[in-house]
Design a protein around this ligand. Structure first.
Ligand SMILES: *[C@@H]1O[C@H](CO)[C@@H](O)[C@H](O)[C@H]1NC(C)=O
Ligand SMILES: *[C@@H]1O[C@H](CO)[C@@H](O)[C@H](O)[C@H]1NC(C)=O
Ligand SMILES: *[C@@H]1O[C@H](CO)[C@@H](O)[C@H](O)[C@H]1NC(C)=O
Ligand SMILES: *[C@@H]1O[C@H](CO)[C@@H](O)[C@H](O)[C@H]1NC(C)=O
Length: 501
């Protein structure tokens, strides 16, 4: 299912190994009396090192010059879509940074769990942790058991760019060096939402004792707040610069954006209404009896989904369910979204199919999805790789003129944060609890359409991804704003000062 690609264009690992061999050789030579061929050996080693260094520089420049989808757009304050959308610009090429020299305390292995964007955040955290513990990070292993993902790191991310672009911070290897591979690995799941002092005081001693420590679960991530500024900045650097999708994913992502842009501005709707989401969350509002049964069966059959007995209606009224396609249509119309705009559905297969998409389709006839925009041959490049397809949706969502997620999962949060970084690009953060209440009132006739629409607009006027400080709540990390949805330490602030609400 997960075919790994051939990414041996530039193997930094060999360069590292070479360095070790070279040092070992010098030591041996020092202890023995210089033989006639010793000088020859040293010269050969130095020449090899020089050739490697320049090859790495060249490849690094090539990697960084590669076009990227990222662009910075001026902040948008109106809901109207901009008339002229700029095409992505090439970044200014920069040379590879020099390697950071530090005394290695040991090796950190990491297994990420969860969907693509949960793993993305975890990777950023783990790089920051490895950097401040002065250890060597082994390229993180992606989740292979989760429902949502089943890929290798190099199927999703450009692994050579990841390693090379962070070399001034931390040494990253594709696998453990042979010398330490034989050692027993100490495995543990780190404590959720810890700050960096936990890693200094609890994890570093383990690394020093065992040499190889494996963090086998990473949804237990770094705290949102209370971390040194340089740690926060490094998390951003990994997220926004070092983590780049493979060139194949980037290329198809660019193609999608190009096709959309040719027809004008577009809105990306992260319509989280796939079967797995509904089965997992137990949200079945609007489904028929057979569908409800099917969702329930799927939930009970999955041992990873611990909560089985769920009251869908209660959960919905609390604002804890993704909006249904019908609810979404009402809300988009109420917000005053132009009915002619292209709406890109950034999602997998919508549960219930065309029947559930009817109201959205009749309100917004220009609904498109990657399956309708791309050739089957493009999509065949990503057979059943949910993470790769999610990566395409990520890229299109990032570039969209307006991004609207119908649920606040990890993709919604990480894309929101990335769009803030790209210049506070408009992300409409729906207040689902309020909306469900209003929709109930509107459906029962106690609110007129005009009242409904004006309350919806007013309630979201200040939920557009504009400059704000992250809300922090001591001891309640799950309730405070997530670092990756608003990494305010890393944002280029506009003229106005940060507002704290
Ligand atoms: C990491 O390395 C830096 C620079 O060599 C040093 O100042 C720092 O104390 C080291 N920290 C640890 C935890 O080893
Ligand atoms: C992680 O390691 C701990 C300790 O070795 C073990 O008890 C636990 O089952 C492991 N968790 C996973 C997800 O592998
Ligand atoms: C880090 O966490 C520890 C305990 O987990 C706490 O005592 C300490 O105050 C925290 N430090 C910061 C800067 O928040
Ligand atoms: C891909 O998905 C289709 C439909 O969901 C399924 O029939 C097929 O067996 C899957 N292929 C692989 C290689 O998993």
């Amino acid at each position: 299912m997960c075919k790994s690609e051939d990414f041996e264009k530039c193997d930094y690992r060999s360069e590292g190994k070479m360095g070790f061999k070279f040092l070992g050789r010098v030591k041996k030579l020092k202890s023995s009396i210089l033989k006639t061929n010793a000088w020859l050996l040293i010269i050969r080693a130095i020449v090899t090192a020089l050739v490697w260094a320049s090859a790495v520089q060249l490849v690094g420049i090539w990697l960084i010059r590669g076009p990227s989808l990222f662009k910075v757009c001026p902040p948008c304050t109106q809901l109207e879509l901009p008339a002229h959308a700029e095409l992505a610009k090439l970044p200014i090429p920069i040379a590879l940074p020099p390697k950071r020299v530090y005394k290695n305390n040991g090796y950190l292995m990491v297994s990420c769990n969860g969907g693509l964007n949960q793993m993305r955040a975890a990777i950023c955290d783990m790089v920051a942790i490895a950097r401040y513990l002065n250890v060597t990070l082994i390229v993180p292993e992606l989740d292979k058991n989760s429902f949502w993902a089943a890929s290798e790191f190099q199927d999703i991310f450009d692994v050579d760019h990841f390693i090379a672009s962070l070399r001034d911070e931390v040494r990253i290897l594709k696998e453990l060096p042979p010398r330490v591979r034989k050692r027993a690995v100490y495995s543990l799941p780190p404590i959720s939402w810890s700050n960096i002092s936990y890693y200094f005081h609890q994890i570093l001693p383990l690394v020093q004792k065992y040499k190889v420590v494996h963090l086998n679960k990473t949804d237990a991530r770094l705290a949102n707040n209370g971390l040194p500024l340089e740690v926060q900045k490094l998390r951003c650097r990994v997220n926004f610069h070092a983590l780049r999708f493979t060139s194949q994913i980037e290329e198809i992502g660019r193609k999608l954006v190009r096709i959309l842009r040719e027809k004008g501005p577009f809105l990306a709707l992260h319509l989280r209404y796939e079967m797995d989401m509904l089965a997992f969350s137990g949200c079945s509002h609007g489904c028929n009896n057979d569908e409800e049964e099917e969702l329930k069966r799927m939930r009970y059959a999955n041992p990873l989904w611990k909560i089985k007995d769920i009251n869908s209606e209660m959960k919905r009224l609390e604002g804890l369910c993704p909006l249904t396609p019908e609810e979404t249509a009402l809300v988009l119309v109420a917000l005053g979204i132009d009915h002619n705009v292209q709406i890109y559905i950034a999602a997998g297969e919508i549960y219930g199919g065309n029947r559930r998409m009817e109201s959205l389709k009749s309100a917004f006839p220009n609904l498109v999805r990657k399956e309708t925009l791309l050739e089957p041959s493009d999509l065949r490049l990503f057979p059943n790789h949910s993470s790769q397809r999610a990566a395409l949706d990520y890229l299109v969502s990032l570039e969209s003129d307006i991004f609207i997620p119908t649920y606040d999962g990890n993709m919604a949060k990480v894309v929101e944060g990335h769009r803030r970084f790209l210049g506070f690009k408009k992300t409409v953060l729906l207040d689902r609890r309020l909306l469900i209440g209003l929709i109930e009132q509107f459906s029962s006739g106690s609110l007129s359409w005009d009242e409904f629409s004006s309350i919806v607009k007013e309630a979201h006027a200040d939920r557009m991804g504009s400059p704000k400080k992250r809300v922090s709540i001591a001891d309640k990390p799950k309730e405070e704003d997530y670092f990756y949805s608003n990494p305010h330490e890393c944002l280029q602030l506009l003229d106005e000062p940060l507002r704290s609400t």
